[in-house]
Design a protein. Structure first.
Lengths: 116, 156
């Protein structure tokens, strides 16, 4: 069992990682940077395929950090409702399941994308 | 601070209900409360958005590029989906900029001044240092970032 103090520390560390990765993720949708004319064009298949294949590791790091930060945030909000033993168990189990499902779906996107 | 307004402050103790009932919280003189509640509300919005974003981008692997192009068309112009996207971007702007402030204050213990003995009128000492300005700056910067994102989305 992970100690709550460590989870809180990881929550802050994931937030610091996210500041840089989310900024990078948003900047990639800036049209002049991609040499296209509109926001929609920055999501063209050729551009996205190159992004996913070249920066796959960064995207997975962003995925893990954002899903952990989000799920752990909601988990701590739900745990404020009650300190009941069963409620804590249910919330923790649900958090682990949602975390794993979203990570698997996200990694599936990065690994199974085909060339346009 | 008068006794009457002191009771008003006690009324602020809504606990977890405050996350879902921001209108029930008195924020006069304490922008930190507003920032706290907005951080929670935007966090809840972002978890929904991120889950939807991860599932919708999976279209690439499941349905191929034709399905993806259909998906991206939903963001063209103003429609219910692009409106939800704009709301999520507003939540992202506030949550990330307020998050930077929280890292400074809670994680690095900066901007909150020195601890002091509580004495009447019990104004929060944490708001006497740079933090109060930082909270106002957070609201302004988040609004600017949101407007910039909307500008790029709708006019480029």
């Amino acid at each position: 069992m992970v100690r709550p103090g460590y989870l809180s520390l990881i929550q802050y560390v994931s937030a610091i990682i996210l500041i840089f990765l989310v900024l990078w993720h948003l900047i990639l949708r800036f049209p002049p940077l991609q040499g296209v004319e509109s926001f929609i064009d920055t999501m063209k298949p050729e551009i996205l395929y190159e992004e996913i294949t070249v920066y796959g590791v960064l995207l997975v790091l962003l995925l893990v950090a954002v899903v952990f930060h989000g799920v752990n945030g909601i988990r701590s909000m739900l745990l404020e409702w009650s300190s009941n033993k069963y409620w804590t168990l249910i919330v923790n189990l649900l958090a682990i399941i949602v975390f794993l499902v979203l990570i698997v779906v996200g990694i599936h996107t990065v690994l199974y994308v085909t060339p346009p | 601070m008068t006794i009457k307004s002191r009771f008003k402050v006690l009324d602020n103790r809504l606990g977890v209900k405050a996350s879902f009932l921001p209108i029930g919280v008195t924020i006069a003189g304490n922008p930190e409360r507003l920032a706290f509640i907005l951080h929670r509300i935007t966090g809840i919005i972002l978890v929904g958005f991120i889950a939807a974003h991860i599932i919708s981008t999976n279209t690439l692997a499941r349905g191929g590029w034709e399905a993806w192009i259909e998906e991206v068309r939903n963001l063209e112009g103003l429609n219910p989906i692009s409106l939800l996207f704009i709301i999520a971007m507003g939540a992202l702007s506030f949550h990330s900029i307020n998050g930077i402030r929280l890292i400074m204050v809670e994680f690095l213990s900066l901007w909150i001044g020195r601890p002091e003995k509580p004495k009447p009128p019990y104004d929060p000492p944490s708001l006497k240092s740079f933090q109060r300005k930082a909270i106002y700056a957070t609201f302004i910067l988040a609004l600017i970032a949101w407007v910039a994102i909307i500008y790029v989305m709708l006019t480029w």
